[in-house]
Design a protein around this ligand. Structure first.
Ligand SMILES: Cc1cc2nc3c(=O)[nH]c(=O)nc-3n(C[C@H](O)[C@H](O)[C@H](O)COP(=O)(O)O)c2cc1C
Length: 179
């Protein structure tokens, strides 16, 4: 099983990248030992701000085609959403909007486990609601989801691991959707 993993954030110090990296390690080491995980970084898919005018004049950027192809080649998706003002980050929304011009079914029917985290007590629950609510419209088959609240209280940044064992157990349960 090939899993495509990413944080829907372009922050170089993304806490969602830390969480999805930890989740990918857990998946490979404890849950689906024969899986392979490709972890991509949104900064490698930077492109102009979407506009219908730019689309007409310059076409869809190569990076959007590459992202769409990566989803198509994967068996499943593992995504951790950063929340900005209750929704996707502008970086992810831009990538998503461009990719949707290739195919509205951006996620191509792939099964997915969705995560989110933030320093606050809701852990990105609003962006998670947006992502899970929209999933069927964009052909994502959500298998499980988990919002990790109060990131810095529950995650050991030095070791790149959840420090809260209850949350760790919840993450394992969510990831077991891939087993
Ligand atoms: C513009 C902006 C808006 C934000 N809005 C929210 C929000 O609505 N809810 C929330 O929990 N955190 C919010 N935050 C804090 C983010 O959760 C925090 O910056 C987090 O580190 C983002 O995830 P990332 O590190 O993976 O990019 C916001 C941060 C910024 C910069």
């Amino acid at each position: 099983m090939n899993i495509l993993a990413f944080a829907a954030s372009n922050s170089r110090t993304s806490i969602n990248k830390a969480l999805v990296t930890h989740a990918a390690d857990l998946l490979k080491n404890d849950i689906v030992p024969d899986c392979s995980v490709e972890l991509i970084d949104l900064n490698d898919f930077e492109m102009p701000l979407f506009s219908v005018d730019k689309e007409k004049s310059d076409g869809i950027p190569d990076a959007a085609h590459q992202f769409y192809k990566k989803i198509g080649e994967a068996d499943a998706l593992l995504v951790s959403f950063a929340e900005h003002n209750g929704n996707y980050t502008a970086a992810y929304k831009n990538l998503f909007d461009w990719t949707s011009r290739i195919d509205a079914k951006v996620y191509q029917g792939k099964p997915a486990v969705l995560l989110s985290t933030s320093p606050g007590g809701r852990g990105g629950k609003s962006v998670m609601a947006a992502a899970t609510g929209a999933a069927p419209h964009f052909a994502m088959d959500v298998q499980a989801s988990l919002s990790v609240p109060s990131f810095y209280d529950n995650f050991d940044m030095e070791n790149g691991k959840l420090s809260n064992q209850e949350v760790q157990a919840e993450l394992k349960t969510a990831l077991a959707a891939f087993s």
